[in-house]
Design a protein around this ligand. Structure first.
Ligand SMILES: C[S@@+](CC[C@H](N)C(=O)[O-])C[C@H]1O[C@@H](n2cnc3c(N)ncnc32)[C@H](O)[C@@H]1O
Length: 322
């Protein structure tokens, strides 16, 4: 919220537009002549010359004032836009450089419970509007339609909106639906890809999904729906026949049933498996099992979502890291 906040707008070709947008948001744009005022934010508009921007950055840094650097966005945001940002698996260092910049520059952030939630907290501290739209499995749910509505409304109000998502927006992330909602509303939308937990989770745990001489295929399956459900879109017979690595996400509740189905369809019960919980965060836990024991190990050790489950010979090798 910028209401009443004095914002130093750095001189440049887009300074007047930036000041107008800030005024619409309730802020009080000021120039260098007014820096005696207690400045709450420094805005560097798109197109600001490098020297002016560097001087402003240094001044803000000396005075401990947050900076909203809009260079690289290509234009001042007199019209809003939505940026779908893949936030990576959770460690705030694992978002891309482009993703971090977009979050830093956003007026509004719609965030989930997965991914780099710390970055959204920091954005809230500098005055961004942060809306928690977490869809916690089997728990609190914000309808997708409501999320689409919030994104479109804020963008139409001229805001720069970041839809911050865990992992990559297009891996079981409903990213395409959000793009379609923006397109239908005539709101410009961009995508910044993210590091998916499918690969980053195992990697952070020292599990390689492919190994020379072990496997030539890698399959990602959502375990949200159990194999016997008429709603399942997975060919479990084919999954059981594959000789390579099988990665399950959203599968903690149904892991036992999935393992039993794979065994019933011919997969060796001794096939190695490994569960990587809360990958890349301080709470990361790595638990080995086999296909036969997967369900009971999850139960016995109280393993919980979010977790990535890797099944296959590659899961039998967990490197000792750090
Ligand atoms: C709705 S899907 C979203 C996946 C996300 N778009 C991605 O690319 O990682 C959520 C599932 O991703 C997996 N996941 C996400 N973050 C994780 C993490 N830090 N550790 C382990 N699994 C994670 C879990 O299986 C979780 O149930």
């Amino acid at each position: 919220m910028l209401t009443g906040v004095p914002v130093l707008v750095v001189d440049g070709p887009e300074a007047a537009v930036a000041a107008e947008v800030l005024r619409e948001q309730g802020a009080v744009p000021v120039g260098w002549g007014d820096v005696a005022t207690r400045i709450g934010l420094v805005r560097i508009p798109a197109g600001t010359a490098a020297q002016a921007a560097e001087e402003a950055l240094a001044w803000a840094h000396r005075n401990g004032i947050p900076v909203d650097d809009r260079r690289g966005t290509g234009r001042a945001t007199s019209a809003g836009e939505v940026v779908l940002v893949g936030g990576g698996p959770g460690d705030p260092e694992l978002i891309t450089v482009a993703g971090a910049r977009a979050v830093e520059a956003a007026d509004v952030i719609l965030t989930d419970h997965l991914g780099p939630v710390d970055l959204a907290d920091r954005a809230a501290e500098r005055g961004a509007e942060v809306i928690d739209v977490a869809k916690i499995p089997y728990s609190r749910q914000v309808a997708q339609e409501r999320i689409n509505e919030l994104m479109v409304d804020r963008a139409r109000a001229g805001k720069s909106v970041v839809r911050l998502k865990g992992g990559d927006p297009f891996i079981f992330g409903r990213g395409f639906e959000e793009i379609e909602a923006c397109a239908a509303a005539g709101v410009p939308v961009r995508v910044i890809p993210g590091v998916t937990s499918m690969t980053a989770g195992p990697a952070a745990a020292g599990v390689s999904l492919t190994h020379r001489g072990l496997n030539h295929d890698l399959t990602l399956v959502s375990g949200h729906v159990p194999p016997e459900s008429p709603k399942s879109l997975v060919d479990w017979d084919a999954a059981a026949r594959m000789t390579g690595t099988l990665v399950l996400i959203m599968a903690m509740k149904n892991a036992g049933a999935i393992a039993a189905a794979l065994i019933a369809k011919g997969k060796d019960a001794a096939t190695p498996a490994v569960v990587v919980e809360n990958a890349s965060t301080a709470a990361q836990r790595v638990t080995p099992a086999t296909l036969a024991t997967l369900g009971e190990v999850i139960e016995r050790d109280g393993l919980r979502a979010p977790a990535v489950i890797v099944i296959g010979d590659a899961a039998g090798r967990v490197a000792q890291l750090g």
